[in-house]
Ligand binder design. Structure first.
Ligand code: S3P
Length: 178
């Protein structure tokens, strides 16, 4: 039999540009939790920005750093954790997050994502000759794992506040003694 789940934290996974950081800040305020962003965590420990890590060390090394970050998160409580878009697309990372957090996947269509990220330049994976096609390709590859989150929420038809409120509600339900 599986041991009962522990819901000490909320982890937000999902594709780039789905609003994990913005929603995460709002949710942390609502729940009176601390906010942690795994990309920022890696940048601080590494002393380098994500594009420089990709350029100098490569994506594979960045994924190792993400796995290290995920392992550290298990000791935290009362945290809202926003993750980089590739982190929650890895089944081992997802299992680790589920050991201490309610895992919520923020969802948006490829078109909606493109509209949100098209004027930003800090995402190395979108430095591509055809970014909308790259978004569709990555989303197709990653969707099967994203869908294994505990909760899936579309961010396209709701305000940041509405998304954060829904997650707070789901979190309270998950924590209710059965
Ligand atoms: C990535 C998403 C980025 C960042 C890195 C790789 C990805 O985070 O971790 O550029 O693989 O989807 P955001 O989802 O916060 O943009």
């Amino acid at each position: 039999m599986q041991p009962p789940r522990q819901y000490r934290n909320v982890a937000l996974i999902g594709f780039m540009g789905t609003g994990k950081t913005t929603v995460g800040h709002q949710l942390a305020t609502m729940l009176r939790f601390q906010f942690l962003d795994t990309d920022q965590w890696i940048e601080e420990r590494c002393g380098q920005r994500i594009p420089d890590i990709f350029a100098q060390k490569g994506e594979a090394e960045f994924r190792v750093m993400e796995r290290d970050a995920v392992a550290q998160l298990a000791r935290y409580s009362r945290m809202v954790i926003a993750t980089g878009g590739g982190l929650g697309a890895n089944r081992e990372n997802l299992a680790s997050l589920k050991s201490h957090a309610l895992v919520v996947c923020l969802w948006a269509s490829p078109e909606g994502i493109w509209q949100r990220v098209r004027h930003q330049s800090h995402r190395p994976l979108l430095h591509d000759p055809d970014p909308p096609a790259k978004i569709r390709q990555l989303l197709t590859e990653r969707s099967p794992v994203y869908r294994e989150a505990d909760v899936l929420i579309s961010t396209e038809i709701r305000t940041v506040r509405e998304v954060a409120s829904q997650i707070a509600h789901q979190f309270q339900l998950a924590r209710r003694p059965s």
